[in-house]
Design a protein around this ligand. Structure first.
Ligand code: AMP
Length: 190
């Protein structure tokens, strides 16, 4: 099984690219954000707890998202591997992922493909997404600011973590969907 991570700030285009890439390489697209939104829509206990946190632009506790990922890994069938979108988001999550892969399958993260965009573009894209998709956590600028701050303080340190392991591959995210997709495909084929 292959394990790829699609990395980047909110609004970088991870979801759009993940859908295209997973189809191209028969990978299972796993978005922790989408899984959490599903829990919220279904009104589960987990969903009720996550809703408040997400609507403030903060991160859901590591144990919860790691538990969701573990479940998906253990039940998936008929795929070449996984494309993780929005996970891991903290160093602790990355360490838990490494441990899980090593213990369960003697596997490891293969590549981290990172979409690079500026904070100004993040604001612009998230604002548009709020209009189109009606995502509550995209709507208010104070919440968007929280999500960008959370990204810089908690998620960005992962760049060094994966660079040290020689797994970090940045690509320019401020291009057309097709151009970004082509760069990502080239990295996976390498
Ligand atoms: P996303 O759709 O990836 O932008 O995720 C939406 C929201 O879900 C985030 O702002 C977080 O509140 C929560 N979330 C998604 N993935 C994670 C994760 N790996 N760790 C913690 N919280 C997460």
């Amino acid at each position: 099984m292959k394990y790829y991570i699609l990395f980047g700030p909110p609004g970088a285009g991870k979801g759009t690219q993940a859908k295209l890439i997973s189809k191209e390489f028969n990978l299972l697209h796993v978005s922790t954000g989408e899984l959490l939104r599903k829990e919220i829509a279904e009104g589960t206990e987990l969903g009720i707890m996550a809703q408040q946190i997400i609507s403030e632009g903060h991160l859901v506790p590591d144990d919860i998202v790691v538990g969701m990922i573990e479940h998906i890994f253990s039940t998936a069938e008929g795929v070449n591997g996984f494309l993780l979108d929005g996970f891991p988001r903290t160093i602790n999550q990355a360490k838990m992922l490494d441990k899980m892969l090593k213990e369960d399958e003697h596997a490891k993260v293969d590549k981290v493909i990172s979409l690079i965009i500026s904070d100004a573009t993040i604001f612009e894209r998230i604002g548009k997404r709020a209009e189109v998709e009606g995502r509550e956590d995209d709507a208010a600028s104070a919440i968007i600011k929280n999500r960008i701050d959370t990204y810089h303080t908690q998620t960005e340190p992962l760049i060094e973590y994966y660079k040290e392991q020689g797994k970090y591959y940045p690509i320019e995210g401020e291009r057309s969907i097709e151009e970004v997709f082509e760069s990502a495909c080239a990295l996976i084929k390498e």
